[in-house]
Design a protein around this ligand. Structure first.
Ligand SMILES: CC(C)(COP(=O)(O)OP(=O)(O)OC[C@H]1O[C@@H](n2cnc3c(N)ncnc32)[C@H](O)[C@@H]1OP(=O)(O)O)[C@@H](O)C(=O)NCCC(=O)NCCS
Length: 142
C-alpha cells in the first residue's frame, strides 16, 4: 500500500489527537502549527486517513521530539524510521547539533526503535510519569 508523508495541517488535529490517545499519548499538534521552530509530520494511507504522526520543536541548537506514533497495522514497516529521517533532515537545516527525547522506561518497543536509530541514553528522571515509571532521556548527536 502507498503512504504519503507530509506536513501536518490544521484539519489533521482531531485525527492526530485520536491516534495518539489510542497509544496513551497526549498529542498537542495545534501547538506546533505555523510555528517557525516546530515541525509536524503525518503519514497518510492511500485512502486519506492518517496512520502516523510526529511533532518536534527546536530549543536553542537542539531538536526535541515530543511525539512519534505509527498505527498498529503499519508497525515494523519502516514508517517510524522515515518520520525520524525527515526530522533529522530538518534538524540539520535548522543547524541543530543534537536531537533529544524522553521515553518511558517500560516502553520497550519505542526503546528498541530509538536504540536501532542510534539514540543513546544520557539521563533518567525517576517517577516521572503518573504511573510511577521513569523517563529515560535519549540523545543523538548530529
Ligand atoms: C515506536 C514506533 C513509532 C516505531 O514505529 P515503526 O514504524 O514500527 O518503526 P520502524 O518500522 O521504522 O522500525 C525501525 C526499527 O526499529 C526497531 N523496532 C521498531 N519497533 C520494534 C519493536 N516493537 N521491537 C523491536 N524492535 C523494534 C527495529 O530494529 C526496526 O527495524 P526492523 O523492523 O528492520 O528490524 C511505534 O512502535 C509506535 O508508534 N509506538 C507507540 C507510540 C510510542 O510509544 N511512541 C514513542 C513515544 S516516546
Amino acid at each position: 500500500m502507498g503512504y504519503v508523508i507530509r506536513g501536518g495541517r490544521a484539519d489533521d488535529v482531531e485525527a492526530i489527537v485520536d491516534l495518539g490517545k489510542r497509544f496513551g499519548l497526549q498529542m498537542r499538534p495545534e501547538s506546533s502549527w505555523g510555528q517557525r521552530d516546530a515541525i509536524s509530520l503525518v503519514i497518510e494511507r492511500a485512502g486519506g486517513d492518517l496512520c502516523g504522526a510526529f511533532i518536534a520543536w527546536r530549543l536553542a541548537d537542539e531538536m526535541e521530539v515530543h511525539d512519534i506514533v505509527v498505527d498498529d497495522p503499519e508497525r515494523r514497516s519502516g514508517l517510524g524510521r522515515q518520520l525520524m529521517e525527515r526530522a533529522l533532515e530538518v534538524a540539520r537545516v535548522w543547524g541543530c547539533r543534537a536531537i533529544l527525547l524522553e521515553v518511558g522506561s517500560r516502553n520497550q518497543e519505542a526503546r528498541n526503535f530509538y536504540q536501532r536509530l542510534g539514540f543513546q541514553q544520557v539521563g533518567e528522571r525517576k517517577n516521572y510519569y503518573a504511573n510511577g515509571d521513569s523517563a529515560l532521556l535519549l540523545r543523538q548527536e548530529l
